[in-house]
Design a protein around this ligand. Structure first.
Ligand SMILES: [Zn+2]
Length: 275
């Protein structure tokens, strides 16, 4: 493996329409990805938020040896099913997509109590059903937790056989310690570079290094000093540098350790391969 290729971006949405727009000030997404994979990025996990976006995430993953996909229904995308058959049909679609060779996780799933546009009872039905699906498929879950820490911890406790990662972690250090003791992972986004990231800084310094992943959540959550621009994996160097400063280790160590953690956690072979 080329030692120049260092960072595993564990949460991205390169199929998002914010890419491929003149206003993004970025090259077309395929050109952007070619550049990223030939410079500082080794792997990207492209994450779905509903059926069409999960299919788009897989289609992009098929084009790059280092790109993988997650499939699932985001809490803010959950439809209100009219009956059991309708719900089962959608879950069967997710289950079929999860069988693709480049799919390494179910996600993103979870709770969003900030945008309460989907009733919490509906979010709960989908969250629970997809936790069961992950267990059946023996895949980890990627959890979106926005202002729902207690409810997320309750759901995790109800599904002890499921392992996962909390993406763009926003909870307390104490909650993170509980998750890590269950074998869960904590993923740190560019939010750690923000001035008001006091709690996340505490989390990053408190946890064992082998429980940490890094992510962009691009096109969202652009780190300092690029806030206001469309985010992409190239900016992860700023996130890694901040984590290195917090922990008193080198930026290279942060990249290597978080990449090794991601490869182990998502069961991906070190050498990218499309086979
Ligand atoms: Zn996301």
């Amino acid at each position: 493996m080329n030692t120049q290729h260092k960072i595993f971006d564990t949460h991205a949405h390169y199929h998002d329409t914010r890419f491929n727009q003149p206003t993004s000030n970025l090259p077309p997404v395929t050109t952007l990805l070619d550049t990223l994979f030939s410079t500082q990025i080794s792997h990207i996990l492209n994450v779905g938020t509903d059926i069409p976006h999960s299919m788009a995430a897989i289609a992009l993953a098929e084009q790059y040896p280092g790109m993988y996909a997650a499939v699932g229904m985001h809490p803010s995308s959950c439809p209100t099913p009219h009956n059991h058959e309708e719900m089962d049909a959608i879950l069967d679609r997710i289950s079929a997509l999860a069988d693709h060779s480049k799919v390494v996780a179910i996600g993103e799933i979870g709770y969003d109590f900030h945008y309460d546009d989907v009733p919490r009872s509906i979010q709960e039905i989908w969250f629970s059903a997809q936790m069961q699906l992950a267990r059946k498929k023996d895949l980890p879950v990627i959890i979106h937790d926005r202002e729902a820490h207690g409810a997320v911890m309750d759901m995790i406790a109800q599904h002890p056989g499921v392992r996962g990662v909390l993406h763009s972690y926003s909870g307390s250090a104490e909650m993170a310690r509980q998750l890590v003791s269950r074998g869960w992972m904590i993923s740190v986004s560019g939010v750690v570079t923000f001035k008001n990231a006091r709690q996340l800084v505490e989390v990053v310094s408190a946890l064992p290094m082998d429980s940490l992943l890094i992510e962009t959540d691009c096109p969202y959550l652009t780190p300092e000093p690029h806030r206001g621009k469309v985010n992409h994996s190239g900016y992860l160097t700023h996130t890694a540098a901040r984590i290195a400063a917090i922990r008193g280790i080198s930026e290279e160590d942060v990249c290597d350790r978080t990449r090794e953690n991601a490869l182990r956690f998502f069961r991906i072979p070190e050498i990218p391969s499309n086979t």
